[in-house]
Write a protein that binds this ligand. Sequence first.
Ligand SMILES: Cc1cc2nc3c(=O)[nH]c(=O)nc-3n(C[C@H](O)[C@H](O)[C@H](O)COP(=O)(O)O)c2cc1C
Length: 348
Amino acid sequence: MIDFLYRVVRPLLFRLDPEEAHELTFSTLPMARWLAELSQLRPDPRLACKVGPLTFAGPVGLAAGLDKNGVGIRTWEALGFGAIEVGTVTGLAQTGNPRPRLFRLKEERALINRMGFNNEGAIALAATLGRLKAQGVWPTVPVGANLGKSKVVANEDAVDDYLNSLRALKDKADYFVINVSSPNTPGLRALQEREPLQRLLHAAIPAAGLTPVFLKLAPDLEDDALHEAVNVAVDAGCAGIIATNTTLSRPGATGRVEQYGGLSGEPLQPLARQKIAVVLEAAAQRVPVIGVGGIHCADDVRALLKMGCAATQVYTALIYEGPGLIARIHRELATTMLTTDAPPPASP
Ligand SMILES: Cc1cc2nc3c(=O)[nH]c(=O)nc-3n(C[C@H](O)[C@H](O)[C@H](O)COP(=O)(O)O)c2cc1C
């Protein structure tokens, strides 16, 4: 049903500016939730997988950036995501970069975005998450809050900015992600370097209390730098690594493409996979790795799990394949993984 509707609606959405299409889609979230509930899209309980201290309901979660302010959490749960990551939110609410800032590369099944963390801020997200808890409708899948740096805050003051978000969101999310890898906030990616990263994580992890903290890394880091960042994260007590964010490079792009912004979707996949392999090697089973970047079918998920990822996340393929994609992938995984000898994925 959901798949059929998306096939009808997609050509109309694709005639709109991508951000207008996004806003229109978000206005239908309550209806989508109702349809999804009717269609019973939640993953087979046997697909549940351990990701460090968390249990994902299935190995495919929602990647950060689609739902910056956490307004659609119950719909994502009904659509069958194994976990839901909201944000990036920043300490201060901000409007992000000027429009247009989101571009489709239809042929390549990719997106380029330079949104620049448009979001209502950590305090507003805390209120939204708090309401779900107060109403007793907190999802049965883990909900993570992805945190970034406010644009007006200098890198020297970044730690305080992240701490403001952590304090606002304390006990409101099932996990946190320290995002130092988005390409659209000037200077942000410099926080992936050893010293600033050490300072940030050594402050953030205690501030998060008992809530696990993950670190999200960029695919544009050299292998040595990835090794170093993973070691810093493990030493600081991170619960896991999320790899990767979007790339500033333009792999597989045909014709003229937007110069500024991060590329996601199918052309990112080879680079992401190569960098995920490096992260897995560096992590050496000390912490789980969540693989993300260009996933668009069950085989992609299977490949990352086989490489050693504890779980995966998806964003761009949802735009091209529709919101029924996650349930389709989980169903396919359930029929293969659970009927062969291969055990479901487990984190170290
Ligand atoms: C429009 C857009 C906005 C994004 N915003 C964020 C964000 O705010 N924080 C973040 O950590 N990642 C963000 N991402 C990156 C995704 O979470 C993901 O890491 C990346 O897109 C690769 O996965 P995909 O190929 O499945 O989209 C964004 C991606 C897109 C396409």
